[in-house]
Design a binder for this molecule. Structure first.
Ligand code: FAD
Length: 414
């Protein structure tokens, strides 16, 4: 066992900060580096929309949210679970609650308060923060290299390194994916970055775009292939955004990759079964305008009505049975996903085959990876932050093991 080995955590997002928490709890001197002038910028952005820290789902369905990596996450989440995260947050003074959707949020604290408290605790434990230090790779002797703000290349010796450099969306927060070329040059296999939890593009008519951009399609069911999601979608000048769109964006993206536009289907009246909808539509009087009738009979107005008008051939609008089917299954053609920079998260990054069970890079012994820089994706709902916290925790324990140190439990932060 090396006495008090110095460790470097590179990347100050949730994954890196959790790793620094574990490593400092173990009593190791920790240097935390970040390219930006402060830590946790994407965490703060996540706080703008109501910080969804994790989810209250049971272990099995929770792990299933990580798709192809469900088995890997089943094991990881057993090590640092949503319950562990909530207990740790409680120690930080952050009580959480389960919302009606099962999502977990902080009760009173906002993201800036949580981050401030967390950083203060780490600083008190002696974690040394080095901002405006952009990681450049390793020297010939394996020492991490950083480009300082003044353009000087610095060697910062460390006995163990933990990379938590984030994905490649929202580059303004520091997660610009520029680290990928460094690891690729070192022979690490990376999957290309792709947008996840993102909006999609639809070629709206000029009328629809100008009239309805910024307006919601309320309480819809969105379907693509055998997947569906419900909630409000937002019409934008480019296409569609919002919960159900993000939830299906991975499926849509994968289908787009196979070529051509992808049809998605909207159920504009998801609470009304087809048969009942048809019965209501049959009650239209000959002289009543369609717009008036649909508004009164089924509260179909605004962008929903306009989209129906634009998509439906005129003869179908007159036929209650066919109109009902259209309302329940309105096709919209998606041409693209929105760019990676706008996505809530990214797929791609370091392939899991490149790391061992402790998240150490097989090709770079002593270098561990955590957070969104690993090739996993998950929907919104708290699964992203939980994934970052869990992998940060686990990679830090792996680093301790590699250094011959006993495991650490980040209990009540001191
Ligand atoms: C709008 C938005 C809303 C979101 N809302 C939620 C939510 O409510 N719930 C949820 O679970 N998730 C949410 N997320 C996702 C969540 O914020 C991320 O998944 C999480 O921050 C990833 O953590 P990370 O530590 O892996 O990476 P990041 O938080 O991206 O941190 C990576 C850090 O590495 C630094 N870095 C990068 N390259 C270098 C380099 N070369 N040298 C030095 N430092 C470098 C960056 O500056 C950054 O500080 C949201 C994301 C966005 C964009």
């Amino acid at each position: 066992m090396k006495a008090n080995p110095r460790v470097a955590v590179i990347g100050g997002g949730p994954a890196g900060l959790m790793a620094a928490t574990v490593l400092s709890e173990a009593g190791l001197p920790v240097d935390l580096f970040d390219a930006k002038s402060s830590a946790g910028r994407k965490f703060l952005v996540a706080g703008h929309g109501g910080l969804n820290l994790t989810h209250s789902e049971q272990a099995e369905p929770f792990a299933a949210r990580y798709g192809n990596n469900a088995e890997i996450f089943k094991k990881l989440l057993a090590i640092f679970s949503p319950g562990d995260l909530r207990a740790w947050l409680r120690g930080l003074g952050v009580e959480t609650f389960v919302g009606t959707s099962g999502r977990v949020f902080p009760k009173d604290a906002k993201a800036p308060d949580i981050l401030k408290t967390w950083l203060e605790i780490l600083a008190r434990r002696g974690v040394a923060f080095h901002y405006r230090h952009r990681w450049q790779g390793f020297s010939e002797t394996g020492t991490p290299l950083f480009l300082s703000e003044t353009g000087v290349l610095l060697e910062c010796p460390a006995q163990g390194v933990l990379l938590a450099l984030g994905g490649a969306s929202w580059p303004q927060t520091g997660s610009d994916g520029s680290w990928a070329s460094i690891l690729a040059a070192g022979g690490v296999r990376l999957e290309p970055f792709r947008p996840a939890n993102c909006g999609v593009e639809v070629a709206w008519s000029e009328y629809f775009r100008t009239r309805f951009s910024g307006k919601p399609l309320k309480n819809i069911l969105l379907r693509c292939g055998d997947q569906h999601a419900t909630g409000d979608a937002m019409v934008t000048s480019h296409g569609l955004e919002g919960g159900p769109v993000y939830a299906l964006s991975g499926v849509i993206r994968d289908l787009l990759d196979t070529g051509g536009p992808v049809p998605v289907f909207l159920d504009l009246k998801r609470d009304l079964p087809l048969e009942r909808l048809r019965e209501r539509l049959e009650q239209r009087r000959a002289k009543e305008s369609l717009a008036n009738f649909l508004r009164k009979a089924i509260h179909l107005t605004g962008p929903s009505y306009s989209l129906l008008r634009e998509t439906c051939p005129p003869e179908e609008l007159k036929e209650p049975a066919r109109l009902a089917e259209r309302i329940k299954n309105l096709p919209v053609l998606v041409t693209k996903t929105r760019p990676l920079a706008e996505a809530i998260s990214s797929a791609g990054g370091v392939a899991f085959a490149e790391v061992n069970a402790d998240l150490m890079l097989r090709k770079l012994p002593g270098v561990f990876v955590a957070g969104e820089m690993l090739d996993w994706e998950a929907p919104t709902g708290g699964y992203l932050l939980q994934g970052a916290f869990t992998t940060g925790y686990h990679a830090a324990q792996g680093l301790l093991k590699w250094l011959g140190q006993p495991p650490a439990t980040p209990s009540i932060p001191r």
